[in-house]
Write a protein that binds this ligand. Sequence first.
Ligand code: PEP
Length: 248
Amino acid sequence: MRKNIVAGNWKMNKNLQEGVAFAKDLEAALAGKALKCDVIIGTPFIHLASVASSTKLGVAAQNCADKASGAYTGEVSADMVASTGAKYVILGHSERRTYYGETDAILKEKVLLALANGLSPIFCIGETKDEREKNVHFDVVKKQTVDALFELSAEDFSKIVIAYEPVWAIGTGLTATSAQAQEMHAYIRQTIADKYGKEVADNTSILYGGSANGGNAKELFACPDIDGGLIGGASLDVEKFIPVIEGF
Ligand code: PEP
């Protein structure tokens, strides 16, 4: 059965001391609660080893290189990420696609390297406002999924977590309605079923991301095809993140 997951994405926020303190505070605040989801925090690279060794929380990198190793100054490989104890890597976030030119072809390489190093990719897909207004949002999301992921074996695909993040909802305060999100999540699950079969599709966790917070998480997570959230702004404060986790 698929997992419920709430994953934070700190983006480029918190220095090392702030990040480690946050992780410890979050773990302490969650202790003793009967959680109905896995909790992951997506930290900058430099925090990974410290957070992974000082808490039992799931830890994700926010990126990894599309090359295994070598003369790529400033890059961090999937092997390096895995060596910190992190188990996940966020790939294909719209900020990486937009600001750093990450194409589906580049992302395909990153996914392969992540999997080869034992990491589960949290793979982000989603349409822009313009694409939704032109009514091509289903096509866009399908193409992103097919081009980066659909050459994987069923076994490898089953290690992927999908995050549907409409670009127009990220950091804007504009959340997709639960009906809009459910409609797209059901479409993504059907797209996976068409390629890999119903069992793989039913076992794939599909998270929603885009201005999700303590006020809307419960309604979003109640939808049958929404298995949790990828949370940006509301993951930066323990007091704001806990109500999202408790949306389950
Ligand atoms: C994100 O960056 O993945 C995200 C969903 O951000 P926010 O929650 O701030 O919209």
